[in-house]
Design a protein around this ligand. Structure first.
Ligand SMILES: *Cc1c(COP(=O)(O)O)cnc(C)c1O
Length: 393
């Protein structure tokens, strides 16, 4: 064909991380067919949806089969009933959202990837290590990317630095893969920095519901002035187990302006053109997840995962292994013992404990020498993995 492609796509690194892991595990099993492999690399929820959510889904599906209650295209930005539920959910934080600032979608990944559409050629600052979506979507769009290094010195919690310029900053709290989260004072540094430099923060709060206690911030809008410099991207995936159902939402405050243009208006236009809304039953299910009973049921699942995180944290504390996360996050980010590289440690765990995790190097160069362990397996399997790890670490 004599058709030009978007050659920015040629600049994306092929993602070999999970395919390499699967290949290595497969090969190991072929040599050791009786090995009892425990997966602590799962980056997906495993517990089923709560009853309130399923009831709402079934009821709404039945409505679609009756003439009087049938619904066609949903509003592009979400039904008012879901936006009201989101607004109410934020009111517990004393954050008041405009209905028009809420955009429902089929998940945070889509919004994080698509948001690039409405911005021009800015400097884009991305954490390293990082959830790959921010980086790859900006490379696909041909944007100029700079990395913000996470390391032992900053405990993998990225803060603004003196030489950072005006640009778009991606933050994720609680963080995937490092499990770290911002306190009020820390996040305020970012909001102040963004306002001072005229920068925009894109704040990924997919793991907000895992925050325990009052130490960490749930929403960037808890910080005064954040509505003038931040977009918040949220998801029902980890909070309510919607990874297979698909629903998320993004907050774009009406106050957000770039060179005199309303960012909210640009995103409204973008979504109305390229997105036709989330299905009615899924929006009813999301609404149910935010009801008092829904929140309580979802929290039971989160507590289940967090008990695994607590048991894993205890092991690494006991062994004196440096790690971040595991407190208000399902992820533990550990320093590989004895200066081992990420993939060497992967092999070591697979061969000696038949435990699978995720090499930190797969999340960026600054992840070399680190390893991500997740708490999405069952208590029984997590306990078994801990017993095995205790013997070999
Ligand atoms: C899982 C996850 C999301 C959620 O993505 P969905 O598309 O809503 O499932 C967003 N950000 C991060 C960092 C995640 O790990």
């Amino acid at each position: 064909m004599n058709i030009k492609i978007n050659d920015s796509f040629l600049k994306i690194n092929d993602s070999y991380l999970f395919s390499t892991i699967n290949k290595k595990v497969k090969k190991f099993i072929s040599i050791n067919p009786n090995a009892d492999i425990i997966r602590l690399g799962i980056g997906d929820v495993t517990l089923p949806l709560s009853k309130v959510v399923i009831d709402a889904l079934e009821k709404a599906s039945a409505e679609m089969g009756v003439q009087k209650t049938f619904r066609g295209y949903p509003p592009e930005y979400g039904y008012d009933f879901l936006k009201e539920a989101i607004k109410k959910y934020y009111s517990r934080l004393n954050v008041t959202l405009d209905m028009d600032s809420i955009f429902c979608s089929d998940g945070a990944k889509s919004d994080l990837g698509n948001i690039v559409d409405i911005f021009g050629d800015n400097l884009v600052y991305i954490p390293n290590p990082v959830y790959p979506v921010y980086l790859d979507s900006n490379i696909m769009a041909g944007r100029r990317v700079r990395f913000m290094e996470g390391n032992k010195d900053n405990n993998f919690l990225i803060l603004p630095k003196g030489d950072y310029e005006c640009g778009i900053y991606y933050l994720c709290s609680p963080n995937n893969p490092c499990g770290t989260a911002y306190t009020y004072e820390e996040l305020k540094k970012w909001v102040d920095f963004a306002k001072r430099t005229g920068s925009l923060i894109i704040y990924d709060s997919a793991y907000e519901a895992f925050i325990k206690g009052n130490e960490f911030v749930h929403s960037i809008y808890e910080i005064e002035g954040a509505k003038e410099c931040a977009i918040e991207v949220c998801s029902f995936s980890k909070q309510a187990g919607f990874t297979g159902l698909r629903c998320g939402f993004t907050i774009i405050p009406l106050e957000l302006e770039a060179m005199g243009h309303s960012i909210n208006k640009l995103w409204s236009r973008r979504q109305a053109t390229k997105f036709n809304g989330v299905s009615y039953p899924v929006q009813r299910a999301a609404e149910a997840a935010l009801s008092p009973l829904g929140i309580a049921e979802c929290m039971k699942n989160i507590d289940y995962y967090m008990e695994n995180a607590r048991m894993l944290s205890k092991l690494f504390d006991e062994k004196g292994i440096y790690y971040t996360g595991g407190k208000s996050s399902p992820y533990l980010w550990i320093l590989c013992p004895k200066g081992m590289k990420s993939w060497d440690f992967f092999d070591y765990l697979l061969e000696n404990a038949n435990v699978v995790g995720t090499p930190g190097e797969g999340f960026g160069t600054c992840g070399e020498g680190y390893f991500r362990i997740t708490s999405f397996n069952t208590h029984e399997r997590t306990k078994e993995a801990i017993e095995r790890l205790r013997k070999i670490l």
